[in-house]
Every structure is written in C-alpha cells, then in structure tokens.
Design a protein around this ligand. Structure first.
Ligand code: MN
Length: 565
C-alpha cells in the first residue's frame, strides 16, 4: 500500500497526472472513479477509495451490467485520491501513455458478504470492513455513480499473498442488472462530455447526444417556431420556414430549418473546433441574398448560457472601456442561438483562451484592460501556422473588380499549391491539416505548441511562402496588390494576425451551393471538390468517415525544438 510504486513509475515533470499529497483527507462515504483509458490497449480503470488511496483495477472490457459476465480485472498500483479528477493525455514514453477520461464517478459503500445483508453505512465500521474485504480478496460494494449503480463484486481468483492481478468484476443481480449486459451509459466523460478521442481538446464539449437528438426532433417538427428546453439552456427558434438558400438547378430551396438541423447534427465536431476561440460573426437574418452584417461584440440580451470573453481593442479604446465582449461557442444552446440569429459565417480566431500547457510560453490569461496585457496573453500565441491559399485564376465570367469564382482550373491549381505547402511542412517535420474554405480557397493548419507570437508565426509562414513564390513565380505569388496576383495562386501569410479569422471547420458559408468549410484528409483532398460538401451532405459524410481533424490538437509540434536544432 501507499503511493511509492505509483510515483516511481511516473515523471511528474512530463505527465500532468497528480503526484498526490502525502497527507490526505478521506471522506465517508468513499468515492470511486472509473477512467476509460486508451493506452496501448483500451481498458477501464476502476478505482475505489480505501485506506486513503484509490485501490485500482484495470478491466480490459469494462464493467458489464449482466451478472453472467465475469470481467477480468488486473489489480494495478494504488493511485492518489487526486487521480479521481484526472483526464487528459499522458505523453508518449510515459507510463500509461495515451488518453484518459473520467467515464464515471460516484460514491460507494461496502456490503457484507451474506444473503440479504444491508450496506454498511457507518463511518466507523465501513472503512474497516472495506480493508478486510480487500485483504480477503472479495470486495462487495453498492455503487452510486452516474453510470455504475447497484451492487458489484471484485473477487480475487486465486488468492496468493502479496500478488497482484487475477480478479473478476461481477455485477450482482438487482434492479440495475440487465440481461443484455455491456457498459451502462454513453462513452463520454461525466466531467467534460468529451470522448476519449476528443480529450486532447481543451475544455468541455457540452452537447450530450440526447440533447442533440431532442434539438433535431424539435427543429424537424412541423412548427414554424419552436422552443427547445435543453440541458444547457432554453433556446427559442423562429421563422424556420424562411428560405436561406434559394433553389438551384440541383435541389429545392433550403430553409432556416435545414440550416439549424445541420448545426444540431454537427454540434459535436463544430464545438470541438470552436472551443476557447473568440468568434467574429457574420449574420444573414434573411438568408444569403438578404442584408448581412458583421458582429464581434455580444449585445445586451445575450442569453445566460452564452460564455463571452472581454478582449482589449485599440479601436474601442478611443471610446469606452477599451474592451469587446466576444462570444465563445462552448455548448449546444449557444451554437443553435447563433444559427437562430442567422449567423451563416462563424469565424474563430486561431488563438484560444486556454492557459499555457507544458512546453508553451509563459503567457497569461488576462485579455482585457490594456494592449500590453493582451500581448502577453494566450490570445497573442496562435496554436496554428496558417496557410491561406487563394487561386487568382479567373474563369472569365466574373464581374469586373470581383474575386475569382470557384471553377475547376483555379481550384486544381490551388490544390497543387496546397500539396506543395504540405511537402515543405513534411520536410520540416510539421504535420498539417487541410480544409476547403467552402469557396475556392484551401486552408492549411499546422498545429504548434503556443511558443511564438503572431508576429513570429507570420514570419515563419512568410519564409515558406516567399520561397515558393521565388522558386515558381509563374505559379505562386505573395503580391499584396490584387492585380499583380492574376493567373497565379496567392499564398497569404497575413491571416497569421491576432484577431484575424477565417471560416471555422464545418462552419457554413453564404455560397449559392450552401457549402461548408470541410476538413479533409490529404488523401481525400486529391479527389475532393468544394461543392461536394454542403449542409445536406456533410453530416452523413462525417457520421460515416469521422472527423478528419480529430487529431489536430492532439500533438502540436514543438517548433522551438525544430527551429533551435
Ligand atoms: Mn490504465
């Protein structure tokens, strides 16, 4: 017993797991946690608070609610009580490297091992009974968690003193046992709503599947208006039959109902990529051909479920308190509220408010008050190097003075530029992710640890694109004057600026085809065309193929290591 083995296995300079305090306060009834742990092999870590530590078992298949399923459980080293709240990424090379979420949490009490026995709830007798049960290799408990409930047993198979491993976890027959068996509840964290694949994402994802389904049912119902009471808040949606995208040769008109249904279906991946990022909004309350306006500041009357962040603005400083309250989109009600306002364009920053992690610059999280504070803050340190690729290859059909429209030749040339950028980034050891803009362009994001400011990141991107323009001046340009870009691919480094923003991943665009900005694998980019990805097609594509950008925040590159070496 004790934490020596736990501590000896870990390097607390490298892993964010808790070292554990030496003096602990225990609680009665004691607490349990079940962590879903995607290590070299997926398993569930069942941990019970006994004797001031979390006594732990690794259950490869996880607990099953069917009494006939005897799940193998390997006893592992005791963990500190603080481990109860740990979820995140355990870095490669560390013990238990992989991803972990708090799949369930709750309290439990021991149950004497005889028929009809009542749980021992006495704070004196209970702890002693648990210690005896553990020693005897037959732990019987009544659990009150969000997922695990009722009576469970952990039984040692061949009791041998001092040896670990070889236990079974078994559900007792009671009101909570089932005949189908399997894991109760869903596969998300009870703390943050994230799945084990999403845990690299900072912050919680508040879009429970049940809420998304309820929202979609409400939106697709017959009503012209509908009020959705969701776990995160109540949203009123109105004028659902208003046409947002007029009919085209290929399909009938799309309404605000279709638009809202898209975001209800896509809430999880959209929220994943917007989390922690201040948003600039372009609202089209009467659809793509109605008037539109740009909005940064949240207005009076913003619902309580909408989180905002006050950010210093030089522009604003001349008038009032110098701050703008930017909207953050952290939950399903906020996303639906934005859609209700006709926000066809959601533009997230490429920096986010999350505090510094290991290996990142010592920036702060004060964003308001003065320009200096903002410059010393997380929001001045982007987490992507951004390459904005814009073909200036005209189809010839454009009205004078307008941007090139989407057409095959221009798009193919842009794609060529994108693969060229990837080649350069690969050579530097920088993984990169690509998405369509939803129009004619492509956006490449190379995720980096937040070590460099926007100015420095822009210089790095500038070096790479300048070189492309020098080597192939007939194909690529970095010219600022639009007329000098004609016939070539504009490689824009100037999106690497604080407060600049581009269409978010999976966010809608005000194009005639109702396209979205679609994350793609590099393999898929080879054959993809922007109009393949619309509010009608994307939910099914993502349901079938998953989020091509799921890994984008999982392994940011340590640029310092590359540039310093
Ligand atoms: Mn584990």
């Amino acid at each position: 017993m004790g934490l020596q083995e736990y501590r000896a296995k870990r390097d607390f300079d490298r892993t964010a797991e808790p070292r554990g305090a030496d003096r602990v306060t225990t609680q009665w009834p004691p607490r349990f946690v079940v962590q879903k742990h995607q290590a070299s092999r997926l398993h569930y870590d069942v941990r019970l608070e006994i004797g001031g530590v979390l006594v732990s078992w690794a259950v490869p298949l996880g607990p099953s609610t069917r009494p006939a399923d005897k799940r193998f459980a390997a006893r592992t080293e005791d963990h500190p009580l603080e481990y109860r709240d740990f979820e995140g990424v355990i870095p490669e090379g560390e013990y238990g490297a992989g991803r972990m979420i708090v799949w369930d949490q709750g309290i439990f009490v021991p149950v004497p091992d005889r028929k009809g026995a009542q749980p021992e709830i006495d704070p004196q007798a209970g702890p002693e009974m648990l210690r005896r049960q553990l020693e005897a290799g037959a732990v019987k408990v009544e659990m009150l968690g969000e997922k695990l409930q009722g009576r469970w047993a952990l039984v040692r198979m061949a009791p041998r003193e001092g040896e670990q491993g070889g236990w079974l976890m078994i559900k007792d027959r009671d009101a909570h046992s089932t005949e189908e068996g399997g894991l109760p509840g869903d596969d998300t964290s009870v703390l943050t709503g994230r799945t084990v694949d999403e845990v690299a994402y900072p912050g919680a994802i508040h879009a429970p599947a049940a809420d998304c389904r309820a929202a979609l049912d409400g939106i697709l119902g017959a009503g012209r208006d509908v009020t959705l009471a969701l776990s995160g808040g109540t949203v009123r949606l109105t004028n659902l039959d208003k046409v947002y995208w007029p009919a085209t040769a290929d399909r009938p008109a799309l309404t605000k109902r279709d638009f809202l249904a898209y975001y209800a279906r896509m809430a999880r991946p959209v929220l994943r990529h917007l989390h922690g990022r201040p948003l600039a909004l372009t609202r089209y309350p009467d659809g793509i051909h109605g008037g539109s306006f740009y909005q940064k500041d949240s207005k009076p009357g913003t619902p309580d479920f909408v989180e905002t962040v006050a950010i210093w603005s030089d522009h604003r400083a001349q008038r009032a308190d110098g701050d703008i309250d930017f909207v953050l989109c952290h939950n399903l009600p906020t996303l639906l509220w934005l859609a209700q306002l006709g926000t066809i364009e959601i533009h997230p920053w490429i920096s986010r408010i999350a505090p510094a992690g290991p290996g990142e610059a010592p920036f702060g999280t004060t964003f308001s008050g003065s320009r200096e504070d903002l410059e010393r803050s997380a929001l001045n340190y982007p987490d992507f190097l951004l390459f904005d690729i814009d073909p200036y290859v005209y189809s010839g059909q454009e009205a004078p003075g307008t941007e090139p429209e989407l057409h095959r030749e221009g798009y193919e040339r842009g794609k060529e530029g994108a693969f060229k950028v990837k080649e350069q980034l690969d050579a530097l050891g920088l993984p990169s992710f690509v998405k369509t803009s939803g129009k004619t362009g492509l956006h490449i994001h190379a995720p980096v640890l937040r070590q460099y400011t926007f100015t420095e990141c822009r210089a790095i991107v500038g070096t790479l694109v300048d070189q492309m323009a020098r080597e192939q001046p007939d194909r690529f340009t970095v010219e600022w004057a639009v007329e000098k870009r004609r016939g070539r691919i504009f490689m824009d480094k100037n999106q690497n600026v604080r407060g600049k923003n581009m269409a978010g991943a999976y966010c809608t665009r005000p194009s005639a085809e109702a396209t979205v900005s679609m994350p793609l694998t590099w393999e898929a980019l080879a054959t993809a065309y922007p109009t393949d990805f619309t509010i009608l097609t994307v939910p099914e594509i993502v349901a079938a193929q998953g989020d091509a950008w799921l890994e984008i925040l999982a392994k940011p590159t340590d640029l310092q290591a590359i540039l310093g070496g």
